[in-house]
Design a protein around this ligand. Structure first.
Ligand SMILES: Cc1cc2nc3c(=O)[nH]c(=O)nc-3n(C[C@H](O)[C@H](O)[C@H](O)COP(=O)(O)OP(=O)(O)OC[C@H]3O[C@@H](n4cnc5c(N)ncnc54)[C@H](O)[C@@H]3O)c2cc1C
Length: 486
């Protein structure tokens, strides 16, 4: 079936003509990316302006926004994966949602190209552009990495890692080959920032909890390894709290290699820069992010790290500070000046992305009502991390350091309030209550990742067609005489 763009959207030519001949009655704001920035900008703008004042279009290949700070807990099974995402069509009332990837941006012509998962790419036009395309994993050309490792940036990856870890334990319990067991029960995480440490700690916690139910697997057979290039972990908190976390993880027998790099992992044979070698079936890469590379396919000004350059009003600016009319950017893909730390940029985290999104929604509403946009200013409130059930670390307002159970409670409280939509907040809290009463759910659903495997195996191959005498047998390269099919 031929695919056509939704009715609210014009093709480049017709839209361009319409713009020249007759200005749009309602200005159109196109938001690239329906993640933290996209979701909060769209919601705030819709709240501020009625449908007759602005048409809002959000473009994202996924039908939902992911609240990434909850991914480690989703991987540990403490939160239902469906509850760490907010579906666009439900959360974005009064907003048009287009499912597809932005593949080019021609801001000079006020057009963007959208490539849907199926069908031909098409262009849409706009009057105002918001770029909230986020980041992707920053990888390195390490032999074996692309083939063996998995990222931890979205809900699909988090759930795949959970199922894989639990599935390895299941498989190890059914084999007596010591080398195979060692390999299956070795889990390597590369990157000691927040995402890596939380993912590792949550998965180690659930793996140990799970192993209690196995007679054939001993706790000390589980080997969790963290590889970090710098001399410390959790650069987001003070050295003291980073040191405390390190100590806690080591007490849990987690092996930590600091000032160490992954050199190679061909076929799961991990080689570290210190010469340490080990075999692992699970390698999770969480060593940093970079701005979404699709921005290279745009005419927007980018800095050396590929981020869109903005001023503190979140307007896109050229290197000399000249404002690029009608373009705004925020979040992981933007270099937004941090007014509390002159000369620096806001760090790529949800704390900023969420507030920048709200601020951008307010600013756009002001601009569309012919007022001046205001500057975004936010003092970091701190960082909270969960390290497994009832364990955590937190640093609030730079000074207050919290450890253990209170930090874990703080982590859950802070993030559940930041999670968009009341519906999601309630579902998450209901899930936590259920887990406290009924214990955690640890069943691996490995087959989710290849649901057709069993059906494929059960399928009967089609019977070969009987080739009539003298007819050319299509299964044979040249002409042949007919054989009776059995
Ligand atoms: C595991 C993990 C844990 C984290 N923990 C914390 C934490 O505890 N605290 C904290 O403050 N921050 C945390 N972060 C960071 C935080 O989640 C991000 O900084 C924040 O989500 C950035 O928001 P964003 O809107 O810029 O990007 P995102 O929220 O990533 O949104 C980008 C959107 O763009 C879409 N997109 C991508 N490519 C295209 C395309 N070509 N066309 C259209 N759309 C596209 C994506 O699908 C996505 O919806 C964590 C991140 C991870 C991965």
């Amino acid at each position: 079936m031929p695919h056509s763009a939704p009715s609210t959207i014009d093709s480049v030519e017709t839209a361009a003509k319409a713009r020249v001949g007759k200005p749009r009655k309602v200005p159109r704001v196109v938001i690239l990316g329906g993640g933290t920035v996209g979701m909060y900008t769209a919601r705030r703008l819709r709240k501020r302006l009625g449908r007759r004042e602005a048409a809002i279009v959000v473009v994202d290949p996924r039908p939902y926004m992911t609240y990434a700070p909850f991914l480690p807990e989703a991987a540990a099974g403490s939160i239902d994966p469906r509850n760490v995402v907010a579906p666009h069509r439900r959360a974005l009332k009064g907003v048009d949602v287009l499912q597809g990837k932005v593949s080019q941006v021609h801001h000079a012509e006020r057009t963007v190209e959208i490539t849907p998962e199926e069908g031909e790419p098409y262009w849409i036009t706009y009057d105002h552009l918001v770029v909230g395309l986020g980041s992707v994993a920053r990888t390195l050309p390490i032999p074996g990495l692309a083939e063996q490792a998995v990222g931890f940036k979205n809900v699909e990856e988090a759930i795949a890692v959970r199922n894989h870890v639990l599935n390895r334990i299941d498989l190890a319990a059914s084999t007596w080959d010591p080398e195979l067991r060692r390999r299956m029960l070795t889990f390597v995480f590369v990157g000691g920032g927040f995402a890596g440490v939380e993912a590792l700690a949550e998965l180690e916690d659930i793996a140990r909890y799970n192993v209690r139910h196995y007679k054939q697997v001993e706790q000390d057979e589980l080997r969790f390894v963290l590889v970090e290039g710098s001399p410390r972990i959790l650069p987001e908190v003070s050295e003291e709290l980073g040191g405390y976390t390190l100590e806690q993880l080591r007490k849990r027998n987690i092996e930590i290699h600091l000032s160490t790099f992954l050199s190679s992992c061909v076929d799961g044979h991990v080689v570290l820069s210190t010469g340490v070698e080990l075999d692992a079936d699970t390698i999770v890469w969480t060593a940093g992010v970079k701005a979404n590379p699709v921005l290279q396919q745009s005419d927007l000004p980018l800095d050396q790290l590929g981020r869109v350059t903005t001023n503190a009003r979140l307007q896109v600016v050229e290197a000399d500070g000249t404002v690029v009319a009608d373009a705004y950017a925020a979040g992981d893909c933007a270099a937004v000046p941090d007014l509390y730390n002159p000369g620096q940029f806001c760090p790529p985290n949800a704390q900023h992305a969420l507030r920048e999104g709200n601020h951008l929604g307010d600013n756009l509403a002001r601009v569309l009502r012919s007022a001046e946009p205001t500057e975004y200013k936010h003092r970091n409130v701190g960082a909270v991390a969960s390290l497994g059930m009832y364990k955590g670390v937190a640093q609030m307002f730079g000074k207050i350091k919290v450890r253990g159970f209170p930090a874990w409670v703080l982590h859950r409280t802070y993030h559940v309030f930041a999670m968009p939509t009341v519906n999601r907040k309630l579902r998450i809290m209901a899930g936590w209550t259920g887990s406290l009463l009924l214990r955690r759910e640890v069943v691996p659903l490995g087959s989710l990742h290849d649901p057709r495997a069993e059906f494929r195996a059960a399928s009967v191959p089609p019977r070969p067609r009987v080739v009539e005498p003298g007819e050319k047998d299509p299964s044979v390269g040249g002409a042949s005489t007919a054989k009776n099919a059995s």
